[in-house]
Design a protein around this ligand. Structure first.
Ligand code: SF4
Ligand code: SF4
Ligand code: SF4
Ligand code: FES
Length: 947
């Protein structure tokens, strides 16, 4: 195994309709017009020395190391900024060029510390490489003149250092922050010799920097360097794998020393991220080896008993006998399982297979229930498939972008950077969000329209947008006539044209001025390729599914499905939420979204698995918990999900968990749900197993094992063992064999195999005989369901109402540094940015309650109350407050209600009527939480330790 080093062409590879042919060092080369001489030379292996150029950034031409000679031209132009010209004859090496390059390099080295041998970047430094490459052997100027060698070091960022003495002022970091990340945190202060990189006049930690790592990646010296590299030394080999955080699905090189991850480097050939990253995937991997990891299986008879460490065999045998006992006592349907969007496709597939094959029922559900289940239902009903329509690259072709109910700069940062690039290039932006999220106004970006709707009124707003399009004659009539069911369209058009759907009528509901809605609708319909990107601010509502349908209606009516730059695009929350849904995790569907009641589908699985399958849809998570409280549901196998923290109405969830007789939790940490568990199976992190994740683009990416499972077994191996103990045999030598089974049983995965994934890098389903290399864009010539189907989307207000007791609306979400319930990120240095959950509140609401910034406030709803600190923020609108749910001790979901989407039961996290008042103590629930945190997590001293 070796370190993977991608080829750096020096400047971006251009895409152009025409080509030019030139001669470089006697070799004829043809490249797309606009390609630089430097990149043209790199295409046939000639690496022209360079320092300020790298192919992820536009050429800058500052270092002058890359000079070349062009016949018939005077001087020595920089090859990074000079476009290849038809018929040019170029020389990249000769005596004069070499002399000039050595002269340039000499100046750099004369102001650089001479500590290469002890430098953390020794062997991985472009300056060092280039000094060797240009043949620099001596420095004539001496080192005692004016220099920067005593410049101060900035170590404020938890993950990287800035060692100014090593800076060569090449500006790659500044350009990476601007062009790649779009944050504009860095500048060059001063001029000439006094030039220095500045993080806005402060240190990195205090600056606008979001720790994406793009500058560290771009820096050709050790000036910006990972602290992990400084601590552990340069890595020795690398393995390509996939980030385990969000649904962007970034590819990384895990750079290793033995079984220790030294750093995660974004992989340039990764199709979802093209070499970019965010702070989570890039730096927040330390949780995988955190001291809180539980690596021994454990069992206990009652949740008030201390845990007893046991062998895997004992734990599996105990769990299996409990499930069998409970089924004999309470019936076949008294048990079930929950799959995880954090686990691989293969693991998820096995858990649902175990539930259906070993338990003999369809009581399997997944955490997508609480996030994107309305996406599946809504897009399937309208377009015919339960997934987003585009790949990420499509946004490069968008002219208008509607972002609704999503905060991509925090939730999906790498895609947000791509979107921001397109916006800086001129695409127009409409943001529909109760908060003034960063996208509304950030460096060089200004939304044309911010529609600050009240939480719970998405459908009314989307209906109003469509109303304008229909009543102002903006419908793409040819498209609709050709592609959509006309009868359904006409019925929808009559409905949407009714006065009650007009912007003027909706204004009272949404709070958005009618004129702004009209202008936004006109822009969407007439501005060119129009794309919709949305998140959980759409789905986590009582009308989540209706909202998804309303977006599909809007996209179809304007002809914006099935072409580049358009589409309806869910930004998936967790790394494998798409995959968990694809893999048959829902109680009514087998893999590939085929209903369990379909005889042909069932027969396919029955004959391959060798067991009869139930045709009755099973229980969803909320139904399982309700039935547990009722006393009819008794046991649950939960892989990689923490429903006690993540699901709404915590007190109801924990009541359900307490009522069960056997809960098996498989997780890397003893999570909140494990407090109510009887069997704990140590989980494995993404670094410890092979498999695949499927991202928001339907892209199947490989996850590769870089270290041994700390608990001894990868998650899929534990599921196999449990299934075997239950008497439903499973046998796989490697997850690749599980994927082969998935491909055999799932038409949309029929062409997927590990061999093809290794060869292609990734594949977007459907991938089968009709599309052997996958499908970047869906619904191109026709909708998957045939004709696009317009659905009537009547606005129905949520039953959760504000009033005198609970006058404010609480909405929840996540932030950049933390990930969902925080199980991973809380155990990393990311906590430096977000040590606790806080309540964002508008100054008006704060003042009328006497609340000052930083005050402890009680947040009360009909479900319960908690205490947390207030942060006064003009991002909020009056009447709406916001918090995150990363810290278990905060208990944000104690407040949320059990209202849910009418079609899918996706909880209504985004709308809770609350009151806020000052307090000086934790809530009763929080006090209990601290007690139970001790009493329900005790571990008995292991026998071997006692001896
Ligand atoms: S880490 Fe990212 S955001 Fe911070 S300065 Fe570097 S490029 Fe900019
Ligand atoms: S910090 Fe690195 S990338 Fe930035 S100017 Fe200095 S040497 Fe170049
Ligand atoms: S954008 Fe998402 S997938 Fe990419 S590095 Fe960040 S968390 Fe990981
Ligand atoms: S690499 Fe061309 S001028 Fe620096």
């Amino acid at each position: 195994m070796t370190l993977i080093r991608e080829l750096d062409y020096g400047t971006p590879i251009r895409v152009a309709d025409s080509t030019v042919t030139l001669t470089i060092d006697g070799q004829s080369v043809t490249v797309p017009a606009g390609t630089s001489i430097m990149a043209a030379a790199a295409t046939f292996g000639t690496q022209i020395p360079k320092l300020c150029a790298t192919d992820s950034l536009e050429p800058f031409g500052s270092c002058r190391l890359c000079l070349v000679q062009v016949e018939g031209r005077a001087g020595y132009p920089a090859s990074c900024t000079l476009p290849a010209g038809e018929g040019m004859v170029v020389h990249t090496e000769n005596g004069e060029i070499a002399k000039r390059r050595r002269g340039v390099m000499e100046l750099y080295i004369s102001d650089h510390p001479l500590d290469c041998l002890t430098c953390s970047a020794n062997g991985d430094c472009e300056l060092q490489d280039m000094a060797g490459k240009v043949g620099l052997r001596e420095v004539r100027y001496g080192y005692d003149g004016a220099n920067h060698l005593a410049a101060a070091k900035d170590e404020s960022n938890p993950y990287f250092t800035f060692e100014a003495s090593k800076c060569i002022a090449c500006s790659r970091c500044i350009r990476a922050c601007e062009e790649t990340q779009g944050t504009f945190a860095l500048t060059m202060d001063g001029r000439g010799f006094a030039s220095k990189i500045s993080a806005g006049g402060t240190d990195f930690m205090g600056s606008e920097c979001v720790s994406c790592g793009a500058c560290v990646q771009a820096c050709p010296t050790a000036t910006l360097n990972e602290k992990s590299v400084i601590a552990l030394g340069t890595p020795e080999h690398s393995v390509i794998t996939t980030c385990a955080y969000c649904g962007v699905g970034c590819s990384f090189k895990a750079e290793m020393k033995g079984e220790t991850v030294v750093r995660m480097v974004p992989y340039k050939d990764g199709k979802a991220n093209a070499g970019h990253s965010c702070v989570k995937g890039r730096f927040a991997f330390g949780y995988a080896t955190h001291k809180d990891r539980k690596t021994k299986p454990m069992i206990r008879a009652a949740i008030t008993d201390p845990w007893q460490e046991v062998s895997w065999e004992q734990a599996i045998a105990h769990a299996a006998s409990e499930f069998k006992r409970i089924q004999v006592t309470y019936g076949r349907d008294s048990v079930g399982g929950i799959t995880s969007s954090r686990c691989t496709n293969e693991e998820t597939y096995l858990v649902q297979k175990l539930v259906r094959g070993a338990f003999g029922n369809n009581n399997v559900d997944t955490c997508a229930r609480v996030c994107h289940s309305p996406t599946g239902y809504g897009l399937s009903a309208t377009l015919g498939t339960s997934a987003g329509t585009q790949d990420f690259a499509s946004v490069d072709h968008s002219d208008v972008i509607l972002v609704i109910g999503a905060n991509p700069t925090d939730g999906h940062p790498v895609f947000a950077s791509r979107m921001k690039r397109r916006l800086r290039a001129g695409a127009k932006l409409i943001v529909a969000d109760p908060r003034r999220i960063d996208l509304v106004r950030s460096p060089h970006i200004q939304a044309q329209h911010h529609l600050p709707l009240l939480p719970g009124t998405n459908v009314a707003l989307l209906n109003a947008l469509s109303h304008v399009i229909v009543t102002e004659g903006l419908v793409a009539e040819d498209y609709v006539r050709e592609r959509c069911d006309l009868q359904e369209f006409e019925s929808w058009a009559r409905f949407i044209a009714q006065d009650h759907n007009s912007p003027e009528a909706s204004e009272a509901l949404t709070g958005v001025p009618a004129a702004e809605v009209r202008a936004a609708a006109r822009l969407f319909a007439t501005g060119g390729n129009a794309a919709i990107y949305y998140g959980l601010g759409v789905t986590e509502h009582s009308q989540g599914t209706t909202t998804v349908m309303a977006m599909a209606n809007l996209a179809m009516a304007t002809g914006n499905v099935g072409k580049l730059g358009a589409g309806v695009n869910p930004l998936r929350g967790q790394n494998n939420v798409q995959g968990a849904c694809d893999m048959g995790s829902f109680p009514h569907e087998m893999t590939g979204y085929r209903h369990v009641s379909d005889d042909a589908t069932r027969e396919t699985f029955e004959s391959f698995w060798g067991v009869p399958l139930s045709a009755d849809p099973g229980l969803r998570i909320p139904n399982m918990l309700d039935d547990a409280v009722e006393g009819t549901f008794k046991a649950l196998y939960i892989q990689g999900e923490d429903i006690a923290q993540s699901d709404p109405d915590t007190q109801h969830v924990t009541a359900g968990l307490r009522a069960m007789e056997c809960i098996v939790v498989q997780d890397i940490f003893l999570n909140e749900t494990a407090k109510y568990a009887h069997v704990f199976l140590p989980g494995s992190s993404f670094l410890e197993k092979d498999g695949t994740f499927t991202n928001a683009e339907r892209r199947i990416n490989r996850v590769r094992r870089v270290m041994s499972p700390l608990g001894g077994l990868a998650d899929w191996e534990a599921t196999v063992a449990l299934s075997n103990a239950l008497g439903f045999p499973m046998s796989y030598a490697h997850p690749g064999e599980i994927m082969d089974e998935i491909a055999r049983l799932t038409p949309s995965f029929a062409g997927v195999s590990y061999a093809k994934l290794d060869a292609e890098g990734s594949l977007q389903w459907p991938c089968n005989d009709a599309a052997p290399l996958g499908t970047p864009m869906m619904h191109v010539d026709r909708f998957v369901r045939g004709k696009g189907r317009f659905m009537l989307t009547e606005f129905v207000p949520t039953e959760e109402r504000t009033g005198a007791l609970f006058p404010l609306i609480l909405t929840t979400g996540r932030i950049l540094s933390q990930y969902n319930v925080g199980a991973q990120t809380r155990r990393t240095e990311n906590s430096r940015w977000h040590e606790e959950d806080v309540l964002e509140i508008h100054p008006f609401d704060a003042e009328s309650r006497g609340v000052l910034d930083g005050d402890l406030v009680a947040l009360e709803s009909r479900s319960g109350d908690i205490a947390l600190r207030a942060r006064i923020s003009e991002r909020m609108q009056p009447g709406v407050v916001y918090t995150t749910f990363h810290h278990a001790k905060t208990g944000a979901n104690v407040i949320t209600t059990d209202f849910s989407d009418w079609a899918t039961n996706c909880p209504e996290y985004k709308v809770t009527a609350v009151q806020v008042r000052r307090t000086n103590r934790p809530s009763d629930w929080q006090a209990r939480f601290f007690d139970e945190d001790v009493s329900l997590t005790r571990i008995a001293v292991p026998l071997d330790a006692a001896e």
